[in-house]
Design a protein around this ligand. Structure first.
Ligand SMILES: *Cc1c(COP(=O)(O)O)cnc(C)c1O
Length: 395
């Protein structure tokens, strides 16, 4: 079975599992226990993980707050800022291509009386920083733009957007779940004040994440969304998941060490895959900017077919997805591709290939073979493909 769905989740690196193991039984301490060695060593392990994660994104270790994942981090960042900055204003700005976690947290902001402007992106999936500049009002509190898109891999012009936010005096939050650990990310260089991270998107365990919150120029305030034992300065209380956090830290360390090599290896695979599929098959289109894109992601539309049909026909040997794992239960075309202005047919014809650390060259070659034969055979009986060949423009 070939796994090309790394954007949905990554396997936990065996080195990460190894680092986590002692923290289940041998070192069982609660970092909040201040009276004995078990507690102290657990706190040291947390400090170490903060240091490793901060090092990966150019932050200060004290700026890392642990959560259960990027969904919680997006919610904590958006709703926490909304509550804290009500006196300043209640207007938020985001994009139509954001992850469901950001979209739904923004809907909640509206339910709580705030206003949200959802900005369009171009056909390439990129937002124009000037569009953001024009959308900022006197009562705008925060702009939320994901670093890299989970469905297309498109990387936004972060530094330019950060520049606009700085000049206009608004906060800048970014969902970094797909970018961190895969490409160089520096929150200070990009002017990002809050960022959501997820361990399981970068070879760490599931159920662990972090929110980076800038502590200096500006010092960002966050109102807690949960209440309890006062851990993490009360911003996100609850006993810390020590083994998970240790694994997250180790995953960050490995990512930093292997990033440049992996970027090169995986972009090579991606280029081979795209080249092969677009040459051996007619009417296969790349969705999203080809130049500003994660090295390991390819989103392709196979005209005349539904992505779901290809996926199903290959499912015995190949694990792929049509887009976000979080919304794959709905029959509607991807909100990301729709927001990019792609037509309904092209959006439904899309498949996302996302490779990663354990992908091999042999697996890429086999995937090319499999997709090529499957698409050819499905097209042979597709009325839509016949229409397309007769020159009919598909909606
Ligand atoms: C996976 C993902 C999330 C959700 O992260 P969890 O840790 O699974 O909650 C949020 N945003 C993006 C861009 C993602 O890819």
């Amino acid at each position: 079975m070939i796994y090309l769905d790394y954007n949905a989740t990554t396997p936990t690196d065996p080195l990460v599992v190894e680092a986590m193991l002692p923290w289940f039984y041998e070192h069982p301490g609660n970092p909040s226990s201040r009276a004995h060695r078990f507690g102290w060593e657990a706190q040291e392990a947390i400090d170490q993980a903060q240091y490793q994660i901060a090092g990966l994104i150019g932050a200060d270790p004290r700026e890392i707050i642990f959560t259960s994942g990027a969904t919680e981090s997006d919610n904590l960042g958006l709703l926490g800022v909304f509550k804290k900055y009500r006196h300043k204003g209640q207007h938020f700005i985001t994009l139509g291509t954001e992850h469901q976690a950001v979209r739904d947290a923004c809907s909640e902001i509206e339910r709580r009386g705030g206003q949200v402007t959802v900005l369009p992106v171009g056909q390439d999936g990129l937002v124009n920083p000037e569009t953001i500049d024009r959308a900022i009002r006197d009562d705008t509190v925060l702009v939320s733009v994901m670093w890299a898109n989970n469905e297309t891999g498109v990387i936004q012009p972060m530094a330019e957007i950060g520049e606009v936010c700085k000049r206009r005096g608004v906060l800048f939050l970014s969902d970094g779940a797909q970018a961190v650990g895969k490409i160089p990310v520096n929150v200070k260089d990009a002017g990002v004040h809050l960022m959501a991270l997820s361990a399981h998107k970068m070879y760490g365990p599931k159920g662990v994440g972090a929110l980076y919150v800038s502590s200096r120029s500006p010092r960002v305030g966050i109102a807690p969304q949960m209440f309890g034992g006062g851990q993490q300065g009360g911003i996100r209380p609850g006993t810390l998941n020590v083994p998970g956090i240790v694994g997250f830290g180790k995953a960050a360390e490995i990512a930093l060490d292997s990033m440049h090599q992996e970027m090169e290896r995986l972009s090579g695979f991606r280029d081979v895959l795209e080249q092969a599929l677009t040459v051996s098959l007619p009417a296969v289109f790349v969705n999203g900017s080809r130049s500003n894109r994660l090295p390991h992601v390819s989103n392709l539309s196979f005209t005349g077919l539904e992505g779901d049909a290809i996926l199903m026909a290959c499912a015995r040997e190949l694990a792929l997805s049509t887009g976000s794992a979080c919304s794959s239960a709905t029959p509607d075309p991807s909100h990301v591709l729709t927001a990019m202005g792609l037509g309904r047919h092209r959006s439904k014809a899309a498949l996302r290939f996302s490779a990663g650390r354990f992908t091999t060259e042999t697996e890429i070659s086999r995937s090319i073979e499999l997709i090529t034969t499957t698409v050819k055979s499905l097209r042979a009986t597709s009325p839509l493909w016949d229409l397309y060949q007769d020159g009919v423009e598909l909606p």
